[in-house]
Design a protein around this ligand. Sequence first.
Ligand code: HEM
Length: 156
Amino acid sequence: MDGTSIARAAHVLAVVFWIGGVAFVTLVLLPALRGVEPHVRLATFERLERRFGGQAKLAILVAGASGFYMTWQLAAWDRFLDMRFWWMHAMLGVWLLFAFVLFVAEPLFLHAWFHRYAAKEPERSFKLVQFMHYGLLTASVVTTAAAVLGAHGALP
Ligand code: HEM
């Protein structure tokens, strides 16, 4: 078994935990919290999302390290200059987006801003969270499907 195969397995496992968690939050947790009293809703959401946040950060690190390792091993850097490999750009884009939100925006300003917004506008802020999660999940699912098809030569 070579290093690229091990990296590929780690990459896919990291994506399963990470995007699977995003799907759970979007399709199960948030709909279950609809109609719950805003104070309880915010506290529950933050408690559960915080637990997932730690795991998602680890998954992002593993997905990024294994992804760059495979790119290096496959000598595939030039794919980033070729739009036929748009699924490589999509992977990098999704990764950068989540990494920015979890490692930079949340600790620096997003968490505090959202807390203030949720206290002032509970319904609107909840709708915004749902909207953002649907957007992130859609981008992640499309990217995952395209990456499998692209990596196995099944995209035009
Ligand atoms: C820094 C970010 C990333 C880099 C550099 C990267 C790089 C790579 C590379 C080089 C491959 C192998 C392609 C091939 O065999 O030709 C791959 C496969 C794959 N990646 Fe990523 N990736 C990144 C992030 C992501 C993200 C965020 C997702 C999911 C949303 C993802 C999902 C996948 C999937 C599903 C495969 C296909 C595995 C297979 O079926 O063989 N990657 N990635």
